[in-house]
Design a protein around this ligand. Structure first.
Ligand SMILES: Nc1ncnc2c1ncn2[C@@H]1O[C@H](COP(=O)(O)OP(=O)(O)OP(=O)(O)O)[C@@H](O)[C@H]1O
Ligand SMILES: [Mg+2]
Length: 359
């Protein structure tokens, strides 16, 4: 089911009759769409980026289920077609198009809208091309389609009102499901982009699952989805409390267990690894390429974007550990809603492009 605070059905377009400015992030875990409602507010819709098919018991025909509904009803075979961040092949690209068409239709986004996509900056030419196909084939964006880096879009709501971020120089670190990305922005231009798949939200989930097995003396095995839910619900650097959960035993009966360390050990190691990559790979490259930008940017708050920045306390933890590693005082900030920020920033860009009469 598409989750939206409101749908765009009644709106059609902006107050002045121009095209509807829409921001979209097609993420490997969730797809997020930001669009104006009738009264100048921006509303957010989001759903899991997945689908599944099943045979209709009466007609024998294939039926499709999308998003949360698919993930809940068919956890065993739901397909996340952007699992590695981008559509890996034609088949995944087609599934992604299918999902996205269904989603924008359920939101009632008009065809003649102006759409800005927040896209990852990872070196995967085939994947990026497949994503472009999905974007080009989409049933929206008839007036205008543009793509901007996800971490720039995500930083926009963190740096100030409107589009202040585009006038600034700052460092952005995107904490995603499949990748860690870092770069400097200078007036919207990306400098020394760095990405690694070795440090990621998905990796944290795998680790949580392993640690849960250890912590429960192999009595409990959890899948990736459960591990992700433990992380999203319980990880907290300021105020973590141990929690209990129950599994059904194969032979009947249930087993209750308590998790004390597994979640925080995994996210704690994650922050160390993020700091290690930023301090010892990305920043030296940036200093080498753009010494002045490096010096100036480090005196400004580093902007953390991406869903992993949602973990309470992670921003301060990152700043503290990076300061220690670099032996200089570094500040960090994040947008209020990191998991939605890229779509919100993309929507602000779309709005500006519409105002400027771009097409
Ligand atoms: N409230 C939360 N608490 C903890 N983690 C969260 C929360 N919300 C999202 N995440 C995590 O953030 C990650 C998703 O981040 P994001 O949406 O930025 O990724 P993505 O853009 O799909 O991935 P990528 O760009 O790496 O391909 C997932 O690992 C998810 O579990
Ligand atoms: Mg991302």
């Amino acid at each position: 089911m598409a989750k939206a605070e409101t749908t765009a059905d009644e709106q059609g377009s902006t107050g002045d009759g121009g095209p509807l400015p829409v921001g979209v992030k097609l993420g490997s875990t969730r797809t997020v769409v930001a669009l104006p409602d009738g009264d100048d507010n921006v509303v957010i819709a989001q759903d899991l980026t997945c689908l599944t098919t099943y045979g209709n018991a009466l007609t024998g025909e294939d039926e499709y289920l999308y998003g949360e509904e698919a993930a809940t009803m068919y956890p065993d075979r739901v397909e996340y077609m952007l699992r590695s961040g981008l559509p890996e092949d034609d088949e995944r690209a087609e599934l992604a198009s299918d999902f996205f068409d269904h989603y924008v239709e359920s939101l009632g986004i008009p065809e003649d809208s102006a759409v800005v996509y927040a896209v990852p900056t990872i070196e995967n030419e085939a994947g990026i091309e497949n994503l472009e196909t999905v974007i080009e084939d989409a049933a929206i964006g008839g007036t205008l389609v543009r793509s901007y880096p996800e971490s720039l879009c995500g930083a926009i709501p963190a740096v100030g009102d409107d589009l202040d971020a585009i006038d600034e120089i700052f460092l952005a670190v995107n904490l995603g499901s499949t990748n860690l990305e870092a770069c400097a922005y200078r007036h919207g231009e990306q400098l020394s982009p760095f990405a690694t798949g070795a440090v990621s939200g998905n990796e944290v989930d795998r680790r949580i699952a392993n640690y849960v097995e250890e912590e429960t003396q192999a009595r409990v095995n959890i899948d990736g989805t459960t591990a992700r839910e433990y992380k999203e619900e319980h990880a907290d650097f300021g105020d973590f409390s141990p929690f209990t959960d129950v599994i059904q035993q194969p032979g009947g009966g249930s087993h209750e267990f308590t998790i004390e360390r597994s979640v925080m050990d995994a996210v704690d190691e994650y922050v160390d690894e993020v700091v290690e990559e930023v301090a010892n790979t990305f920043l030296p490259d940036l200093a080498n390429d753009y010494m002045r930008v490096y010096q100036y940017a480090l005196s400004r708050p580093v902007v953390l974007t991406g869903g992993m920045a949602c973990i309470p306390g992670i921003v301060d933890e990152f700043a503290e550990r990076l300061s220690e590693e670099l032996q200089v005082e570094v500040e960090a900030v994040a947008p209020e809603e990191p998991a939605q920020a890229a779509a919100v920033g993309a929507q602000r860009i779309a709005n500006r492009l519409v105002e400027n009469g771009a097409n």
